[in-house]
Structures are given as structure tokens and as C-alpha cells.
Design a protein around this ligand. Structure first.
Ligand code: HEM
Ligand code: HEM
Length: 410
């Protein structure tokens, strides 16, 4: 299996930035450098969601839509630089830098969205397959969520902070996590488990529509704190995910958990989509029952919040992207073959135990080094992620060189 140069580049840049996320995660888990300040936590967050996940999603989108050419590879490089600059702006704690680089990042995201919509229009929205429609609508929600993010940055930079800021941050997070990530993860899982180019059934269209509308209603519901709206939003999401399970859940269940291929990562990603949905419903329930005006959820909800975050960012999305990269490089030189099992089991058992600890014991924030079970579970996930980064970066490099060699000699 091969793809355009820009796809390899997007994955490589993503893996590079993910190194920072994992290292900061390890520092946070072990508390070896003390508690991380808010700027560093936001760097951990956005290096993961923009630097790793969104760079990876762009790679998948180019690959899925068959994009090619030097301009795309160059644009991926520009996106990498812009994203790294924005992540560093978060770390700097400078509100003006965050607003400026956030706005530039937003422009870049709009440009990619426009490219994807152009490809989808060329094929016809009525004809494109379910994975492509899922990714297109997922990126549409990313554009909306990121616009809200920049508005928040401008509020901070101009010292216009009020209740609306808190509500907007909630809406931003809900759109990105409950809308964007759910749609793209569903698209990637279907792409691999069902295959590309299948005619879209009515059930598939309802599935994508329900997830898209559900994500947007969730963001509006969080912003307005209207409980019935949140109920309808989660109902839409449940409908979307039940249709997924009926349509191709059995294919995921049938994937081999022992064969060292990308498929088991994709199957695991689907399993965590369901776990993520359950955690999201629990969080929404808590938010609804919180006293009016409580920011960031009721007291004690940090554990549940962080459990949902890592279910979506690591267990759902990192599995989906690691799986895609393993499938892309499957025919190339398989460096460090022993690493596949360690990465798969370490990432998944590490994430599962970390999520369980956050849910049942609560957040490890403020705990002394190695006094909270987070210090023992999160490093399994973090070290496996680091091993995955090194192994997959080597394999991507080798596979890319092999592809170039074939093209040059053809
Ligand atoms: C251009 C893109 C983006 C911009 C401008 C942006 C901006 C922001 C801002 C200003 C905050 C609040 C920071 C604070 O509390 O001081 C925030 C928080 C957050 N962002 Fe983003 N962000 C972007 C992309 C993303 C993406 C892609 C995701 C997820 C896939 C994401 C998920 C979150 C989450 C979960 C929070 C934390 C909300 C909370 O504290 O409860 N962001 N973002
Ligand atoms: C895409 C990847 C990731 C993203 C987007 C992400 C995001 C987040 C967010 C939003 C928080 C909450 C910060 C806050 O208090 O506001 C957090 C906390 C944390 N993260 Fe990550 N994370 C990622 C990967 C990792 C990895 C690989 C590790 C591995 C060690 C890790 C370890 C931690 C730990 C230990 C906490 C504190 C949890 C607690 O005790 O409550 N994260 N992360």
C-alpha cells in the first residue's frame, strides 16, 4: 500500500509533535518536576489534539481523497510549522501570541477544509462513500470548534473575560471532542473495516447525519446549559453509534487481536468509541446536575473529564492513527518487529487502566510523586506511545524511501 508524499509527511510531523505530548504526559503522571502549570497543561492538550491528531487526520484525508502533488506536500509542511508555533504560543502563556498564532492556525484549518470540500463536491456529495462523508463533516465541525477557540483567545487577549468565556470554552471542547473526533474516528474505522468506494446506504447516511447533528447540538447545549438539548444531542450520538455497531461492529469483533497488523488498532479504536460515548453521557449528566454557574463541571469531575479526554485522544484517535500508519507501512521494511505487540498491548492496557483509575479513584492532580495510581498506569500508556512514535517514524521513513525508489526506476 502506498500514498502520496504529503501523507507520509503529515504522519511524520504528527508523530514528532506527539513526542512532546507524551513527554509532558509522563511528567504530569510522575510529578517528577512538580505540578504542571496551566500553560504546560494546555500545551500537552493542544500538541496532542492539533499537533498529533489533526496532522494525522489531514494525512488520512489526503490519502482517502487520493490527493497528490508537490503543492500538497509543501502545504503539509506549512501546516506543521503553523501548528508547532501555536503549540509554543500556548506554552509561552502570552495571550496576544495565542490569539495571533491561533488565528493563523484557524486560517490553515479553513484552507484544508476547503480543499476537502472541493474534493467531495467534485465526486458529488450524494455519491461519496461513508468514510469520506464522515471526514468531510468531521472537518466541518473542526472549523466551527476552532473558530470558537480563536474567539476565546481574543477574549483573553483583550481582557474581555466573563461567564461567556467559560461557556465558549465548554462549547469549543464539546464540538471538537464530541463532534469532530467522533466523526473522523468513525470514518477511519469504516474505511479500514468495510473498505472504500461502497455505495452509501440510507442507514449509513442517517449514521453520519446523526453524529454530525449530535456533535453540534452538544456544543450548543453546553453553551446554553439547556438540559433537554443535551439529552437530544446524546440521543443523536447513541443512534449514530448503534448504527455503526450494527453495520460493521461484527467486522471489528472478528479482527485478530494477536496478528501484529494495524487492524487490531482499528478494532480497539471502535471499542473505545463506545466507552467514550458512555463517559460523555456520564459527564453530560454531571454537568446538568451541577449548580448553576459552576465552571468546568461540578467539584470532583476532573477525574471523569480526564478519563473522557484520554479515551478520545489516546484510545480512540491514537489507535485509529497508529493503525492507519501500520497499514500504510505494512509492505515496507518492518523495523523492530518485536515492538508491535508492546505498542498495541501497552497503549491499550495502559490507556484502559489509566482511564479506569481516573474514573474510579479520581484525578491525580496535586498528588505527591508515586502516591496516586495515575503514576503507575499513565506511564505504561506514555512509554508505549513513545515506542510507537519511534517505531512508526522509522517505518514511515523506510516505506517512503522505498516508494520513491520504485517511482524513480519506473
Ligand atoms: C485552532 C484551533 C484551536 C484553538 C484556537 C483552540 C483554543 C482553545 C482555547 C482558547 C482554550 C481555553 C484555554 C484556557 O482554558 O485558557 C481551549 C481549550 C480546550 N481545547 Fe482547544 N483550540 C483549538 C483546537 C482544539 C482541538 C482540535 C481540540 C480537540 C480535538 C481542542 C480541545 C480543547 C479542550 C478539550 C479544551 C479544554 C476545555 C476545558 O478546559 O474544559 N482544541 N482551546
Ligand atoms: C493526544 C494525546 C493527549 C491529549 C490530547 C491529552 C490531553 C490531556 C488533558 C486535556 C488533560 C487535562 C489537563 C487539565 O488538567 O486541564 C490531560 C491530563 C493528563 N495527561 Fe494527557 N493527553 C494526551 C496524551 C497523554 C499521554 C500519552 C500521557 C502519558 C503519560 C498523558 C498523561 C496525562 C496525565 C497523567 C494527566 C493528568 C491526569 C490526572 O491525574 O487527572 N496524556 N491530558
Amino acid at each position: 500500500m502506498t500514498a502520496d508524499r504529503s501523507v507520509y509527511r503529515a504522519f511524520q510531523i504528527g508523530l514528532g509533535i506527539f513526542t512532546l505530548t507524551a513527554l509532558l504526559g509522563l511528567a504530569n503522571a510522575t510529578q517528577l518536576f512538580g505540578a504542571l502549570d496551566r500553560n504546560t497543561l494546555l500545551t500537552h492538550l493542544h500538541s496532542g489534539t492539533l499537533g498529533w491528531i489533526t496532522m494525522g487526520v489531514l494525512g488520512v484525508a489526503i490519502w482517502m481523497f487520493g490527493g497528490s502533488g508537490g503543492a500538497l506536500a509543501r502545504n503539509v509542511g506549512i501546516t506543521g510549522v503553523t501548528t508547532a508555533a501555536y503549540v509554543l504560543a500556548f506554552w509561552s502563556g502570552n495571550f496576544v501570541a495565542r490569539a495571533v498564532f491561533g488565528a493563523i492556525e484557524l486560517l490553515v484549518i479553513y484552507a484544508w477544509w476547503w480543499w476537502v470540500v472541493g474534493q467531495a463536491r467534485r465526486e458529488g456529495f450524494g455519491r461519496i462513500d461513508t468514510p469520506k462523508l464522515s471526514v468531510t463533516l468531521g472537518l466541518t465541525t473542526l472549523v466551527i470548534g476552532s473558530t470558537i477557540g480563536v474567539i476565546v483567545q481574543v477574549m483573553f487577549a483583550t481582557s474581555n473575560v466573563s461567564d461567556v468565556t467559560g461557556q465558549s470554552i465548554g462549547a469549543h471542547a464539546a464540538a471538537q471532542v464530541g463532534g469532530y473526533l467522533v466523526l473522523v474516528a468513525a470514518g477511519i474505522a469504516e474505511w479500514w473495516l468495510v473498505g472504500p468506494g461502497r455505495p452509501r446506504s440510507l442507514a449509513a447516511s442517517v449514521q453520519v447525519g446523526a453524529l454530525f447533528v449530535g456533535g453540534l447540538l452538544l456544543a450548543i447545549g453546553i453553551y446554553t446549559n439547556v438540559a433537554p438539548l443535551l439529552g437530544i444531542a446524546t440521543l443523536f450520538q447513541v443512534i449514530g453509534i448503534v448504527i455503526i455497531l450494527v453495520r460493521f461492529g461484527r467486522r471489528a469483533a472478528g479482527a485478530s487481536w494477536t496478528a501484529p497488523t494495524g487492524m487490531r488498532h482499528i478494532a480497539a479504536s471502535l471499542l473505545f468509541l463506545v466507552i467514550g460515548l458512555v463517559l460523555e453521557i456520564l459527564l453530560v449528566k454531571e454537568a446538568v446536575s451541577a449548580p448553576a454557574g459552576a465552571q468546568g463541571g461540578p467539584p470532583g469531575s476532573a477525574g471523569l473529564n480526564h478519563a473522557l479526554d484520554h479515551a478520545m485522544f489516546v484510545a480512540l484517535m491514537t489507535n485509529a492513527l497508529f493503525g492507519s500508519i501500520l497499514l500504510l507501512t505494512a509492505n515496507g521494511p518492518r523495523r523492530w518487529p518485536w515492538a508491535d505487540h508492546v505498542i498495541f498491548w501497552g497503549l491499550n492496557l495502559g490507556a484502559a487502566s489509566f482511564i479506569a483509575v481516573l474514573y474510579f479513584v479520581g484525578s491525580g492532580e496535586g498528588a505527591k510523586p508515586f502516591t496516586h495510581p495515575v503514576s503507575y498506569t499513565a506511564p505504561i500508556m506514555g512509554l508505549s506511545a513513545l515506542l510507537g512514535i519511534v517505531t512508526l517514524a522509522m517505518r514511515l521513513g523506510a516505506a517512503r524511501r522505498a516508494t520513491q525508489l520504485v517511482t524513480a526506476t519506473a
